[in-house]
Design a binder for this molecule. Structure first.
Ligand code: HEM
Length: 154
């Protein structure tokens, strides 16, 4: 169960990053050309929100129960953070990612309430741009101390 969840969480990261970058690319293009906010923009955001929520759910499963290292924080409390691996998964991965998903949701509300189409594209750039920076700097890339494979097979 642990490995299966890790595999899903690892592969879904690519779909999530892909849709996030697509959303940002479209918003930049549309904002510079003053293009209208379309149904496609709305649908793409809905996909992004869905993927972010699935990643959040899998992350909570890992952190709360499945990951032997990360879940220590719930069993042992603060003391577990003295282990650098546990501290990494909680403080440098889990918490920033929760913040990124929160930004995506808050951003979505602000985008929907935008006065006009230009404001909507601009709000996508601000909120989702910030979320993208957090996500891309909080992923355990292979060159990092707690790095993980780009494409997990088992
Ligand atoms: C939202 C975007 C997220 C992305 C793109 C992401 C990405 C990743 C990646 C690539 C891994 C490594 C998987 C592997 O070992 O191959 C990972 C592991 C992990 N993530 Fe996330 N994650 C996200 C959100 C979260 C959240 C919100 C939490 C916690 C609430 C979380 C908790 C964890 C934990 C506990 C591990 C594994 C620790 C272990 O190996 O035992 N992740 N994540």
């Amino acid at each position: 169960m642990y490995v299966a969840t890790l595999i899903l969480h690892s592969w879904l990261r690519w779909l999530f990053i892909g849709v996030l970058l697509l959303v940002l690319g479209r918003a930049l293009w549309a904002w510079r050309r003053r293009l209208p906010w379309t149904t496609q923009d709305r649908k793409l955001l809905a996909w992004l929100l869905g993927l972010a929520d699935i990643q959040l759910l899998l992350g909570i499963l890992l952190m709360g129960f499945l990951s032997p290292q990360a879940s220590r924080v719930f069993r042992e409390g603060r003391d577990a953070l003295e282990d650098p691996a546990t501290a990494y998964w909680v403080m440098e991965h889990g918490i920033p990612m929760i913040l990124a998903v929160f930004l995506i949701h808050v951003g979505h509300v602000f985008v929907r309430r935008g006065q006009d189409d230009l404001a909507r594209h601009r709000r996508v750039l601000v909120f989702f741009g910030l979320a993208a920076v957090i996500v891309l700097t909080s992923i355990p890339w292979p060159f990092m101390p707690y790095g993980r494979p780009l494409f997990r097979l088992g």
